[in-house]
Write a protein that binds this ligand. Sequence first.
Ligand SMILES: Nc1ncnc2c1ncn2[C@@H]1O[C@H](COP(=O)(O)OP(=O)(O)OP(=O)(O)O)[C@@H](O)[C@H]1O
Ligand SMILES: [Mg+2]
Length: 275
Amino acid sequence: MTDVIDLPLSTKAKGDGHRPRIISVANQKGGVGKTTTTINLATALAAVNQRVLIVDLDPQGNASTGLGLRPSDRQISSYDVLINGKTLEEARIDTPIPRLSIVPAGMDLTGAEIELVDFERRETQLKESLARLPHDVDYVLIDCPPSLGLLTLNALVASDAVLVPLQCEFFALEGISHLVRTIKRVKKAFNPDLEIQGIVLTMYDKRNNLSAQVANDVRDYFGDVVYRTVIPRNVRVSEAPSHGTPVLVYDMKCPGSRAYLNLASEVLKREGVKA
Ligand SMILES: Nc1ncnc2c1ncn2[C@@H]1O[C@H](COP(=O)(O)OP(=O)(O)OP(=O)(O)O)[C@@H](O)[C@H]1O
Ligand SMILES: [Mg+2]
């Protein structure tokens, strides 16, 4: 990973010395666009001069692969951070995208769900590691696995906010009440400040009436929590990971890239940052 790719767009970065904002990208439903959103929102934030760290917390390691990391590049992984006392700083790898680094994941992370059970503070391992992260990062985005087990719990306990991708399909709302209940429980038991950054509608197909209907239902139900930006179904978005690169680098002008840039600006607005 040597080529450095620069992206146009830029604004002022925050100065050093502040704690990063930590955002979990979570939904226990599989294949809804968590990893795609993590990679491309992170890239879009980096493009507007934010310093971003992705923590890949999914044993599938899709965020790591999608950023071009081979298994041999993942010497120290999020597993080692959770279980072996390694620091995030030791595990962190720079990507070809300026200002974007990643703590990779590998298959061994599957074991962490079970091994963590024996830990005294099993829910707070990631939170404790993040507290020791040097203050040279503006945003940490955590790519969660499709479950509400101990890995996602570690992410939610460590986070300031949750961003929920919701696929525009018939069963979209099924399961979200479970996720909202889990967030409320985590808030009560471990993390009173946890908030929902927003819900992003993904894989929207404008030729499909069902997409529009689901989007309307979700907006009726959740109101302003839903971002105005909708991520369209776009073949360029699904092609990019096989090239080991974010869609914003693969094809900056495609509808998917434009949508993720808009989402980044909405996220920053909600964070009170001018993009
Ligand atoms: N906007 C989009 N347009 C077209 N394809 C998309 C889009 N977003 C995601 N995909 C594709 O949908 C599939 C699922 O996306 P992704 O891996 O981001 O979901 P996920 O929620 O992280 O899945 P998992 O629950 O397995 O971790 C991938 O093949 C991805 O390339
Ligand atoms: Mg994923």
